[in-house]
Design a protein around this ligand. Structure first.
Ligand code: SF4
Ligand code: SF4
Length: 258
């Protein structure tokens, strides 16, 4: 069985279909009868990069965003806490960002919203480091997008939805969370640090610059100071910290103490 079929949530496993000839028919626009019907009653997992983009879109710190809009869950088959977008407490359990005109955070919408109607399985080859990926269609009965005439290749869809950047940012984190040593589970001490350095990057920034972190670690060629202002540098540093803290690997090294 392919990896996605064994790790996809039970809820969608029977809706995954192979993509015939590498192309699929689909379009989503305000003219479809089901417009925004998919933006409700979701178990929408967020990646750390999703949290970063959404929090910046809303002018919130990651801490405020996580408090206001997310739940912490332990996903099926995973030993790790994950962050899930909290649906609103109404009859339809609508997404907090949906409006009659569509998605209010469209330019920074999460990876999962960009990827639909596809599902992506990926893993990094542990010897030569290339990312292996495969795609399936997620065929939801209520979605009329499949009746539209527009045809896409997977590559065209990825480009159209701005997914290259999301994949680039998500791949290293996915590689970390699927590492066999991490899948065995974390200790009580590791879990809060894992959560902070994965999802709550503003708190991680304070941890780096308001503690003895820079005196204790040599970051090699990484420019730690850049992470003060630059979110991409902060994200990279957080991943390096997680690799060191959870696996004892990566560019961070403890400094020799006198
Ligand atoms: S259900 Fe499908 S076609 Fe309808 S709004 Fe959602 S993605 Fe678009
Ligand atoms: S974030 Fe936007 S696209 Fe995603 S479920 Fe919410 S309203 Fe829909």
């Amino acid at each position: 069985m392919d990896e996605i079929e064994s790790t996809a949530p039970e809820k969608i496993r029977d809706r995954l279909k192979p993509i015939q000839d590498g192309t699929f028919r689909f379009a989503c626009h305000p003219g479809v009868s089901c417009f925004t019907e998919c933006c409700r009653d979701l178990n929408l997992m967020l990646t750390p990069y999703d949290v970063l983009r959404l929090s910046r879109h809303l002018n919130l710190s990651t801490t405020e965003f996580l408090d206001r809009y997310t739940d912490v869950v332990v996903a099926e088959g995973s030993p790790l806490p994950a962050v899930c977008l909290m649906m609103q407490e109404n009859d339809r359990r609508t997404c907090p960002f949906v409006s009659p005109a569509g998605c209010r955070v469209y330019s920074d919408r999460p990876s999962a919203c960009r990827t639909y109607p596809l599902a992506r399985a990926s893993r990094k080859h542990r010897v030569h480091g290339t990312v292996l990926e495969s795609y399936y269609l997620v065929v939801e009965d209520h979605c009329r997008g499949f009746d539209e005439p527009r045809t896409w290749s997977v590559e065209e869809w990825i480009a159209d939805q701005g997914l290259e950047e999301y994949h680039r940012m998500n791949n290293d984190w996915m590689d970390l969370v699927t590492h066999p040593a991490v899948r065995q589970g974390l200790t009580e001490k590791q879990i809060p640090m894992y959560y902070m350095a994965s999802y709550d990057l503003d708190r991680f920034r304070a941890f780096v610059f308001e503690s003895r972190f820079r005196h204790m670690f040599d970051a090699g060629k990484m420019d730690v100071e850049r992470a003060r202002e630059d979110d991409s540098a902060l994200y990279e540093l957080a991943l390096a910290w997680l690799k060191f803290f959870l696996l004892g690997e990566g560019p961070l090294r403890p400094k020799d103490r006198p």
